[in-house]
Design a protein around this ligand. Structure first.
Ligand SMILES: [Zn+2]
Ligand SMILES: [Zn+2]
Length: 420
């Protein structure tokens, strides 16, 4: 038997319902904020991620699915989507479109990680990117969108964790101070952090293996921010307060990817247990420049859909099913049956036609097994009289109605039941 690739999954039954529901709520929310969808390819040139995500990150070092195609090009299955959008921005000269450009995406990403509950090697990411403006109001807008998403999925005690990781002017000063402090504690660091000390010391701040005592002893980025970064952070905080979004400053918050600047944030909730972040994001003012574009500041966030689905499952969320109309018929009324099915589908009803035929009792049993709401019955007599029998499968009530009134009948009754 051939199975799914390790760390990948098929989606069906309950899972696909929650998946579709999540995608629908996410895209509706993004569109209400004026974001439009962008779809980029799943494969990109490997260089894109090396240059954007950063050579020294776990993603690029250990987790990418990279391969050579038959033309000898090095390609990678995208491990995240922001880099692709920045690439697309530069390639298609989106700077000529009025800014800020507001985009959202939903699609699969791939990382070669140890699979565990809620974490897959093929996973779906939803995210938004607001590109082309430095205004702190745009950071606040993106955070507000993220907060709204968390609310719509009924998360409890939602809070925003906020920090600034500085800019090209102030971050190097902080990095130096951090390295000076870390030098004295080098032997206490875990093996990964010993490497990070040389490549990306900021990442040591969010290493789960380091003790709180060590982290507390280190200098804080807040004390090293330049005027511009300080003012920017203050303005973001002011806007969040105006929008009644609860937030707290977390000076140990950094993001795993190299391209972030100034604002970084996470949305956390008590529903999520110890690893309580639902999503993370921030500003990336140099990414587009680094990929060969102009200096175009931007801000965004990304979240894993599997995480969301785990939460929905834990809360036993069920997605309302659309009613099914089943059609039972006699062989010589097949033409009439097919016409009815076609009219119903044109009017947006879900229609199942019996495929085995035979006596009505058997057909009604099969209808019940499909959890249909109504069964339409068309026999020879109905055909002659241009009527049909309609049976409510819950109340077992059966009625004869003229064939041409079926749409009105169903619309009235199904609507009536929903309002009841
Ligand atoms: Zn700065
Ligand atoms: Zn460590």
């Amino acid at each position: 038997m051939i199975k799914t690739v390790k760390g990948c999954k098929d989606r069906y039954e309950k899972d696909i319902k929650l998946f579709q529901y999540s995608k629908r709520v996410l895209s509706e929310t993004a569109e209400q904020y004026g974001y439009t969808e962008i779809v980029t390819p799943i494969i990109e040139y490997t260089e894109l991620f090396q240059r954007s995500v950063g050579q020294d990150t776990d993603i690029v070092e250990k987790e990418m699915y990279t391969f050579e195609d038959k033309g000898g090009r090095s390609l990678t299955l995208r491990p995240e989507i922001t880099a692709s959008i920045a690439r697309s921005y530069v390639e298609h000269h989106f700077e000529t479109i009025p800014s800020p450009l507001r985009l959202y995406y939903i699609g699969p990403c791939f990382r070669y990680e140890k699979p565990q509950k809620g974490r897959y090697r093929e996973f779906y990411q939803f995210g938004v990117e607001a590109i082309g403006d430095i205004s702190p109001l745009l950071d606040a807008e993106v955070i507000s969108l993220a907060f709204t998403v968390a609310k719509r999925f009924s998360l409890k005690e939602i809070k925003v964790k906020l920090n600034s990781i500085g800019c090209k002017k102030c971050r190097p000063l902080y990095k130096d101070a951090l390295k000076n402090a870390l030098k004295l504690r080098y032997d206490d660091l875990c093996d990964d952090c010993k490497k990070r000390f040389y490549t990306n010391p900021l990442r040591i701040l969010d290493c789960k293996k380091e003790s709180d005592e060590l982290k507390k002893s280190l200098p804080k980025i807040a004390d090293y921010l330049c005027e511009e970064c300080k003012e920017h952070l203050d303005a973001v905080k002011k806007h969040l307060t105006l929008m009644d979004i609860p937030f707290e400053r977390d000076s140990s918050l950094v993001r795993g990817l190299d391209y972030y600047t100034k604002t970084v944030f996470e949305v956390v909730s008590t529903n999520l247990g110890a690893q309580n972040a639902l999503l993370g994001g921030g500003r990336y003012d140099y990414l587009i420049e680094e990929l060969g574009g102009r200096h175009v500041p931007a801000v965004g966030f990304a979240m894993g859909i599997e995480r969301l689905i785990t939460i929905l499952e834990a809360e036993e969320k069920t997605v309302e099913k659309r009613p099914i109309i089943y059609i039972a018929y006699q062989e010589n009324a097949l033409k009439e049956t097919m016409d009815i099915a076609s009219i119903l589908r044109d009017n947006d009803f879900i229609v199942l036609m019996d495929v085995k035929g035979g006596n009505f009792k058997k057909q009604l049993e099969r209808s019940a097994k499909q959890h249909s709401l109504y069964t339409i019955i068309i026999g020879e007599e109905e055909k002659e009289k241009r009527v049909l029998q309609i049976k409510n499968m819950e109340t077992k009530e059966q009625k004869e109605i003229p064939s041409d009134q079926i749409i009105t009948f169903l619309k009235d009754h199904i609507k009536g039941e929903k309002n009841a």
